[in-house]
Design a protein around this ligand. Structure first.
Ligand code: BTN
Length: 341
């Protein structure tokens, strides 16, 4: 583990980091050869001493850069962390991920994102960490956030919506996760209402949406996404209900490509939602859902509702048809699919 990266934090907007990104670009373009300090300093228009300082800061982050006197520099390997420098390298988005705030460990990426949003961080800012001390889940639960084994990220959005339309944005996050797993791994994941991403009945990812709004509009919305990637052991009480990508694929999985593909899918669907095509989002969610048209039990905390999940309400609620024929609209709860005999 790159111990030196522990405790560090930075944002890619920081000037030093963009210089580091440029140095990495040049080193990567010469992946099999050394590049002299002189050539680097010419290409980047800075002194050789400054180059040396930046190379050392890359080393602090876990990049292995060989330096041979009178020969030059060569990039030997990159750290397997979700560093902004890595995520930005090959990310095809217009605004999601333009600013990436990374810290090795935080209490919760959503909490950091809420603070940044409050301070005026632009739409599309991403907060990502390797570990969370107090990862938060829905309904006040904890999200297990083992170091370097999962994806813990939060995206700041500032949609020009009335708050009533906010749920559609929660749905785009789940859709983006499912499409990412399909694109990269041909995994057939599905969505359990409202937003649990499941593989063969086990949860692999979850979404926690938080927002600050007034009647007339949304100030900002935080989409917090957690994906179990390389976790191979979960606490006993969860073992039969959760899974990870590496457990499903039987191999260790790289996280950077997943984050890039996820941010790209998220932006695509966000633009659909912004163009007032929520209908397309609900339609896609329904296609990917494993809840609709199934017999379900919904735990409301103080009551359990049983019936057939029929459709979504305009605000993302779930309609359940009871045995009596009556319909119940569920706003929040825990769904279990049940087999009827
Ligand atoms: C759930 O299914 O209960 C939602 C889990 C959401 C977890 C993610 S991890 C990144 C972000 N930060 C948090 O504290 N929670 C969300």
């Amino acid at each position: 583990m790159p111990v030196k990266a522990l405790g560090k934090k930075f944002t890619l907007t920081n000037e030093n980091l963009s210089i580091n990104a440029k140095i990495l670009d040049v080193l990567r373009s010469k992946s099999h050869a050394y590049i002299s300090g002189e050539e680097l300093s010419r290409e980047l228009n800075m002194s050789r001493t400054a180059i040396w300082k930046h190379v050392n800061s890359l080393r602090d982050l876990g990049y292995r850069v060989e330096a041979i006197t009178s020969v030059g520099y060569k990039l030997l390997s990159s750290p397997s962390l979700l560093l902004p420098l890595e995520i930005k390298n090959g990310l095809h988005t217009q605004f999601i991920g333009r600013d990436i705030h990374w810290e090795y460990e935080v209490n919760s990426t959503n909490t950091v994102a809420l603070k940044l949003a409050e301070e005026g961080a632009p739409q599309g800012t991403v907060v990502v960490s390797e570990a969370q001390r107090q990862g938060r889940g829905r309904l006040g639960r904890t999200w297990i956030s083992q170091a370097e084994n999962g994806i813990y990220l939060s995206v700041i959005l500032r949609p020009s919506f009335v708050p009533m339309k906010a749920p559609v944005l929660t749905f785009i996050a789940a859709i983006a996760v499912v499409e990412t797993l399909e694109t990269l791994f041909h995994l057939n994941a599905q969505i359990k209402w409202p937003n649990d991403v499941m593989i063969q009945g086990k949860k692999v990812a979850g979404i926690l949406t938080e927002l600050r709004a007034e009647m007339e509009g949304i100030h900002y919305m935080i989409l917090g996404i957690g994906v179990n990637v390389n976790t191979t052991r979960f606490p006993k009480e969860f073992q039969d209900r959760v899974t990870s990508l590496s457990l499903e694929l039987k191999e260790k999985v790289g996280r950077v490509k997943i984050v890039q593909t996820l941010l790209e899918a998220l932006e695509r669907w966000y633009l659909v939602a912004l163009s007032h095509r929520s209908d397309l989002v609900f339609e896609r969610w329904s296609e990917l859902s494993c809840t609709l048209h199934r017999c379900v039990e919904v735990n409301l905390g103080n009551e359990i509702v049983q019936g057939v999940a029929t459709h979504l309400g305009a605000s993302g609620s779930l309609f359940v048809k009871l045995d009596s024929g009556q319909e119940r609209e569920i706003l929040a709860g825990d769904v279990t699919m049940v087999e009827r005999v």
